[in-house]
Design a protein around this ligand. Sequence first.
Ligand SMILES: C[S@@+](CC[C@H](N)C(=O)[O-])C[C@H]1O[C@@H](n2cnc3c(N)ncnc32)[C@H](O)[C@@H]1O
Length: 374
Amino acid sequence: MYPPPHPNISYRNQDSDAAIRLTDSDAALARLSAVKKGYMQDPFIKHLIPRAHLQPPRPPLINIGTYVRSEAIDNLIDEWLEISCQDGKKCQLVSLGAGSDSRFWRLATGPHKDKLAAYIEVDFPDVTTKKAMALRKSRELSAILGSPEQIKISHGGTALHAKNYHLLPVDLRLPPSESLATFLAKPLSDNPSNPILSHSLPTLLIFECVLVYMSPEASSALIQWFVDYFHQGSSSTVAGGHAPLAGIVYEMFGLRDAFGQVMLNNLKSRNVVLPGAEPYPTISSLPHRFLKHGFTTCHALSLREIRRHYTNHSELKRISSLEMLDEVEELNLVLEHYGITWGIKLPDASDAASNLSWGKWGLKPAEKASEEME
Ligand SMILES: C[S@@+](CC[C@H](N)C(=O)[O-])C[C@H]1O[C@@H](n2cnc3c(N)ncnc32)[C@H](O)[C@@H]1O
């Protein structure tokens, strides 16, 4: 969720990748602001942002949007973990374009901590270098990664490996077989029999506001690489195959209307373009992101729908008491241009019971209708 261009920042001389990398600060500062204002809890984000205590709060509209998006994605991930990790099974999550996200630390200290076999974060090398430095600097964050001997820095400081956490420097627009695969499909030196990304564990791909910056072709190649990786894993040549592959995407959509054009122009003046939004003019177009790769169950909801129909009345009441919001119309306009899409690709031989439980993966409708909050 982006603020308009800052009047004191000159964006003109920035290369466009630098401008894309800067969107990580927007996301992290929005989260920090929502946490400071009491929308949600996250004891870790302040350790990932330089001078966090000096950062000014974001406007209520951005705080609310950040809250709706984070709660919805957290709920989807919690439910995915519950369905995937029955009977003591472990699973792995891959966050593409993870930036300064704190989700690993929240999961690794929460009720699902024993279910994480691996949590893998990928971003541009500049971003992973900064994150690796922040992790080493913060006692709170590195203690959760493991003992000092378990934390290893590699690739000139751009990559970091711990017990069940990996931070990897990759430009996701490059052909995955030549870039991402060189990290994920290769064994670690101290564990030569297993690649970082297991072929056989249930896996969730998290694309939280990243595919929108890439061409549709590059995004498709990326998702297809994961599909092929697990398809290969389900063949008899790889022990323990048959891993379900799930994905969650959060991003802007529907940008062909007047409000969408304003969003695009705001970003253009910051040197950011959104080629990835072009094929998705409506909410009903979003599931194609996964359906075209053979995913079976796919859903998409706008943040406006999620706030209205999937957020409990008591929560809406609580957050509406935190700050005055004057611009309800504008809030709705913004929220209807951001969507969350999720889908699952089950192995070909899946039984009826797993089809049934995955068919139910989704957000729970709110306990009470919240029209009065509109
Ligand atoms: C808006 S931020 C979102 C960060 C994080 N996912 C979150 O939601 O808090 C977008 C992130 O995607 C990363 N990103 C964008 N394009 C990328 C690419 N081609 N390769 C790797 N990372 C990319 C940026 O560097 C940035 O960290």
